[in-house]
Write a protein that binds this ligand. Sequence first.
Ligand SMILES: [Mn+2]
Length: 572
Amino acid sequence: VAGDRDSETDSAPRIRRREHHGAEALPPSLAPVLRRVYAARGVLDAASLDLSLARLLPPEGMLGLDAAAGLLADAVQQQAAICIAGDYDADGATSTALMLRALRRLGAQRLDHVVPDRFNMGYGLSRPLVDLAVSRGAQVLVTVDSGIASVDGVAYARAQGLIVIITDHHLAGPELPAADAIVNPNQPGDGFPSKHLAGVGVAFYVMAALRSELRRRGQTGDELRMADLLDLVALGTVADVVKLDHNNRILVAQGLARIRAGRACAGIRALLTAGGRDPAHTTSMDLGFVVGPRLNAAGRLEDMGQGVACLLCDEEEQALGMARALDALNRARRDIEGDMLSGADDACLLPDAVGVTLFDPAWHEGVVGLVASRVKEARHRPVIAFAPAQQEGLLKGSARSISGLHVRDVLALVDARHPGLIERFGGHAMAAGLSLQREHLATFAAAFDGICRDSLSADALDAVLDSDGELAAGELGLDTALALEQAGPWGQGFPEPAFDGRFEAVDTRVVGERHVRYELHVPGAPRLQAIDFGGVERMRTGPVHLLYQLDINRWRGNMSPQLRIRSLAPAT
Ligand SMILES: [Mn+2]
C-alpha cells in the first residue's frame, strides 16, 4: 500500500486513503469516483447533493433575528442613521458591503460604515471605533463579523444613546455584550441548525429577515433580491475558511453560479481579472486563493476601507483600478511574507519545540498569521508567530494549530497557569490571536511548548496526507476532471479530491524558477501532463508514487487534464 512505500523515504509524508462506506447508496447516475468522493465526505443521500436555493435552511431558531429585523425596520422607516461596523478581513469586508447594498435597496438613505484599524484599534467594537461612528452621526450601530466579545464597546456605545445590533459568528465568551439585539448562531441558546455560517452568512440571514419584516409592514417599492447578494456571501464564506457544511455549500455554489454567469458585483469581477482568472470558470479555490488574499492584503498592510470600497463600486473601470491597487498591495504582502519566512528558522525561540514560537523584531504584525500558517504546514506543528505591535513593548501573535490541538484552549491553559502573562487572547480550535509584553515571551514560549508536548500524541504529530484512492487508467482524463470541478464547491471540511497512484515519470522540465512540468506514463492511458509547484528539489524521473489533484488546464480555449502534484516519492 501507499503508506508502506512512502515510509521508505523520510521526507515524504504518509498517505492515508479515506474510507468511503455507503458510496453504493448514492445515485447510480453518478460516476463511481464521485460516489466514492462524496461518501468519504459524509454525503450519503441524494438530498445532500442538492445545492439549490430551495434547500437553504430557513431562519427558524436563529436567536435575536426577529428583534434585529424589527429594530432595523424601524430604523429604515424612520430614516435613522445606520452605521455598519465591520472587521478588517475579507469576511468583514464582504459582510459590510452586503449590508450596505441590501439596506440601500430596502430604502435606507442614511448609511455609513466604519472599519477598525488593525494597528491602532485592534479587533471588534472598541471605544475608538464607537467614537468614530458617533462623530459621523450614527444612531444605529450594526456590527458584522464581530462584536460578540465587545462587552465594553457595546456598553460604551449604548451609554451614548446608540441602538446596537450585534451580528457575528464567533464563539461567545462568558459574558455577552448588553446589545439591543444579538444574532449569532454560536451564542448560547441559539437553535439554528448550522453553526458554521461565516459573518457574511449571518449578515445575509439578517438582511433576509429585514426584507420580510418590511414586507410584513406593507413596504413596497424597490425590491431587494436576496440572490443578488450571493456573490459576496460565497466570497466571504470561502475566504473565512469556515466549514463547508451543506448550508454553506449551497450559499457558495449559488454565489459561484452567479459569478460564472457574469452577475458578480464589479469589484469581485475586477479582483478575479486582476488575479489573472476568467470569471466564467470561477471556483471556490479562486475565491480562496485569488480574490480573498487580494482583499485581505488591504486589511493586513493598510486599511480594509479600500477593500470595502472595491466591493461597493458599481462602475467597471473604477473597480478595475481599485482591484489593481489591491493586487499591488497583495504583491507587497507576498514580499513581506517571503522575507519573514526566510528568517523563520532564526526566529524560532526553542529549537526542538513541539509548540513552536517565532518572533522577529522586524516582522510585520499584519502578516504573522500567514507565516504561522506556512510554518505549520511545513513542520506539522502548532505555531505562533509574533511581531512587535505599535504600542511600545507589546507583541501581537497569531497561532495556527494542527488537528488534535485546540489552540485557544491551550492559550487559556497558559493563562490559567501564568495569570497576567498573556495580555489578551481569543480564537478557536485551529487559529487564535494574542498579545503579550515582550519581556514575557520566553516564559510564554516554554509554557506553550510544554502544554503542546503534553497534549499531542505521536500519531497527531505525524503528518498525514489524505487520498481518495487510485484512479483507474480510464478515469485519468478530462471527463473525470470536469466532473470533479462540477462536483464542488470544495474547501474547508469538504476537501478537494486528491488521488494517489504509481506513474512513470518519463520527462521533466523546470518552469519558472522552482516549478516542474512532468510527462507521465501510465499503462493503458495516453501520456499525462503534471505540474509540481515549487517541486524542483524533489524532481526525478522513473517510477514515482504521487498524491495529486486532477485539474483542468485551460489554455486559449482548449482544455486538457493536468495532474497537480501534492507529494512525490520514488516508487520501487
Ligand atoms: Mn469571520
